[in-house]
Design a protein around this ligand. Structure first.
Ligand code: ADP
Ligand code: MG
Length: 256
């Protein structure tokens, strides 16, 4: 049965989408069957995987509002071993439309149960908020992977995120675990990056912190505008190397 990993941090610009796209793609490269779910109205994961958002008939919006069955909402083989449930800006409205629905925190989970045995990994890219959409992702997930950008204020909001994860665990999804924390946009030339890593490690003593640290890498920033994950856009780049190592760690953690 596939492991469902939500990539979450309510801060924007910390590397959630970059991690969703490239971790998914590096898992797929290693022969794993992956379903990536874009549940952010910005649709950056959708765009990053080369899908033109303007042409989509069925997205996560239609799925959540019960307007289409999950099979119609999955785009198969966006890349080898990779499928996608895309998002577009309509999703922004779903937040309000979901309010009236019964069990509105469990809608995604209910649909994903139908297909989860087809995949080794299901990766959910969350929006930068602790909204109903994020709660749906956390309720569906087995684990949460938290990207932390190596910059000043990295710790800000982290306790709120941990609080939300614990609340979801208590009330909605008792099996939810923290997959781990991954540092992103690390710049070895700056003391700041080194300090942030030290501080977060001190703060999150009992949390799994990935050994792989994602460096700041120009190619990682360029890849989305070409609609390709990093291992396809520039297979030999530092960015590709580091996301491959992260994928290895994620795979090996399963067997612990
Ligand atoms: P989030 O989804 O958390 O908002 P993104 O993954 O979209 O964050 O990253 C924010 C911006 O930083 C994007 O323009 C992305 O291309 C860029 N970026 C992310 N990670 C890296 C990295 N390791 N090196 C260089 N640029 C990066
Ligand atoms: Mg994003």
């Amino acid at each position: 049965m596939g492991r469902i990993i939500a990539i979450a941090n309510q801060k924007g610009g910390v590397g959630k989408t970059t991690t969703s796209v490239n971790l998914s793609s590096c898992l797929a490269e290693k022969g794993k069957k992956v379903l990536t779910i874009d549940i952010d109205p910005q649709g950056n994961t959708t765009r990053g995987l080369g899908i033109d958002k303007r042409k989509l008939k069925y997205t996560i919006y239609e799925l959540l509002l019960g307007q289409a069955p999950i099979k119609k909402c999955i785009i198969k083989n966006v890349f080898k071993n990779m499928s996608l449930i895309p998002a577009d800006v309509d999703l922004a409205g779903a937040e309000i439309e979901l309010i009236g629905l019964d069990e509105n925190s469990f809608i995604l989970k209910k649909h994903i149960e139908e297909v989860r045995d087809k995949y080794d990994y299901i990766i959910i890219d969350c929006p930068p908020s602790l909204s109903t959409l994020t709660v749906n992702a956390l309720t569906t997930a087995d684990t949460v992977l938290v990207p932390i950008q190596c910059e000043f204020f990295a710790l800000e909001g982290l306790s709120q995120l941990m609080y939300t994860i614990n609340l979801v665990k208590k009330r909605l999804n008792p099996n939810l675990e923290i997959e781990g924390v991954v540092f992103t946009m690390y710049d070895a030339r700056t003391n700041l990056s080194i300090q942030v890593v030290d501080e977060v490690k001190k703060e999150l003593k009992r949390t799994n912190i990935y050994k792989t640290i994602i460096p700041r890498n120009v190619r990682l920033g360029e890849a989305p505008s070409h609609g390709e994950p990093i291992n396809i856009y520039d297979s030999k780049s530092k960015g590709a190397e580091s996301y491959r190592l992260l994928a290895d760690e994620v795979i090996n953690r399963k067997d612990e």
